[in-house]
Design a protein around this ligand. Structure first.
Ligand SMILES: O=C(O)COP(=O)(O)O
Ligand SMILES: [Mg+2]
Length: 215
């Protein structure tokens, strides 16, 4: 049975407001003014260390404080990652429908602890047979290893990856998996420039999109 593996931020959940809140709390500790939601949204996709690096650069803060800044960001984010975060409309139903016939996995660049906390918050943790975060392995997406690890953990020979970003498309390609692109997430470039097998703008369409070949 083919597995279906999901990205998290910008694919299942709109988490940018909480990431922004943690980023701005961290920046305030360095005496820097806040970033807008659009700015922070544009920094998401390559994991927390990269997000923090981009925040520091945007505010002209010395990159030498990076490690300290990552710890400060995580201290803010990890206590309440779901305060302002919502599931995309239709995401829960789509997951429930797909879980009836396929093993589901999660492969995100978000660290594993807050990723699991978010799944639990939304009551989704039992739907996922494998959860790989950005700190679960020594490498993160776009390296294909985390995606392959999620597939292997599900005991599946093949899988489809569902994500929202250029990084996800590159990861799926490197792992030789078909990629379904959610067009309403945090991508930075036009859909036409992102290699994909299928694309969807609303989660209600996802089960049909994936199951139509699956029989
Ligand atoms: O943490 C990030 O930067 C992005 O997380 P994602 O891989 O779930 O989109
Ligand atoms: Mg994403």
């Amino acid at each position: 049975m083919n597995a279906i593996i999901f990205d998290l931020d910008g694919t299942l959940i709109d988490s940018a407001p909480d990431l922004r809140a943690a980023a701005n709390a961290m920046l305030a500790e360095f005496g820097a003014p806040p970033l807008t939601l659009d700015e922070v949204r544009g920094f998401i996709g390559n994991g927390v260390p990269k997000l923090v690096e981009r925040c520091l650069a945007a505010r002209g803060i010395d990159p030498a404080v990076h490690l300290d800044a990552v710890a400060r960001f995580s201290a803010h984010y990890d206590v309440a990652p779901a305060a302002l975060t919502v599931l995309y409309p239709g995401a829960r139903t789509a997951l429930q429908v797909l879980a009836r016939s396929h093993p589901l996995g999660l492969c995100t660049n978000k660290p594993e602890a807050p990723a699991r906390k978010l799944l639990t918050h939304f009551g989704l943790e039992t739907l996922f047979g494998a959860v790989i975060g950005g700190d679960s392995l020594p490498v993160r997406k776009p390296d294909p290893a985390p995606l392959i690890a999620a597939r292997d953990a599900l005991g599946a020979a093949a899988a489809v990856y569902v994500g929202d970003s250029e990084v996800d498309a590159e990861t799926a390609q490197a792992a030789a998996m078909p990629f379904a692109l959610f067009t309403g997430g945090y991508r930075k470039t036009p859909v036409s420039g992102i290699a994909h097998w299928r694309a969807f703008a609303a989660h209600d369409a996802l089960p049909g999109l994936i199951l139509r070949d699956a029989a």
